[in-house]
Design a protein around this ligand. Structure first.
Ligand code: NAG
Ligand code: NAG
Ligand code: NAG
Ligand code: NAG
Length: 179
């Protein structure tokens, strides 16, 4: 084969290889919401918070944020100095990405991001308990190399979602020095 074909083919092959080697990811952690003593977080775990065999979702690591604001998953995904693998799980076949939010009187109490086998199509489902607590479960399917889908809120417009995808793809290409 003439050399010029090789030059064209090699990046393509590398690209295809990276694409196949990667499995889509989901975010995987619990944000505890408003938390009184941040230095206590190290003594917390899912078992102490929700117990075993409990139907309340919980995924370690447990996370608190400065000012107790909702986690900035985009910053987490983009921060390569952070060991972000700790906050991700692999969306292996048959699984979906899920985001559970506990909402009380419009305020988000806590959020659990995880991979799970769920028997429902993509979308958000809300359940209101007699106490007024709303539990929202959003199910989605991530794409290889892009920011995990369970970080995004459903209120995002289609255009915004598309823009984020392009941005994610670009960052992924950049990470592997393809562009
Ligand atoms: C916060 O937690 C740390 C570690 O458990 C403890 O030493 C400290 O006294 C606590 N501070 C307050 C204000 O409760
Ligand atoms: C999230 O908030 C709900 C309602 O306050 C609570 O029942 C649940 O235990 C919390 N989840 C975690 C993981 O702390
Ligand atoms: C990235 O993560 C590291 C380690 O947690 C943190 O110190 C740093 O401030 C983060 N950078 C940004 C831009 O969020
Ligand atoms: C899962 O989905 C299948 C097909 O839609 C349905 O037949 C089955 O009853 C569902 N199982 C549960 C546990 O919801």
């Amino acid at each position: 084969m003439p050399l010029k074909y090789h030059r064209l083919l090699l990046p393509l092959l590398l690209f295809a290889h990276q694409l196949l080697a990667e499995i889509p990811q989901c975010f995987h952690f619990t944000w505890l919401g408003a938390y009184s003593n941040h230095s206590n977080i190290h003594s917390e775990n899912c078992e102490s918070r929700v117990g075993d065999f409990n139907e309340i979702p919980c995924a370690e690591p447990l996370v608190v944020t400065t000012d107790d604001t909702v986690p900035d998953v985009k910053a987490l995904w983009q921060n390569y100095t952070e060991d972000r693998e700790n906050f991700l799980c692999q969306m292996s076949p048959g699984r979906s990405c899920v985001k559970y939010s506990y909402i009380f009187k419009g305020g988000i109490q806590n959020i659990t991001y995880m991979c799970a086998n769920v028997n429902s199509t993509n979308g958000c489902y809300r359940q209101t308990h007699p106490t007024g607590m709303v539990v929202e479960a959003c199910v989605c399917t991530s794409r290889v190399g892009l920011i995990p889908c369970n970080g995004c809120s459903k209120s995002q417009s289609a255009l915004m979602g598309w823009a984020l995808c392009v941005l994610g793809l670009y960052q992924w290409l950049y990470k592997y020095r393809i562009v």
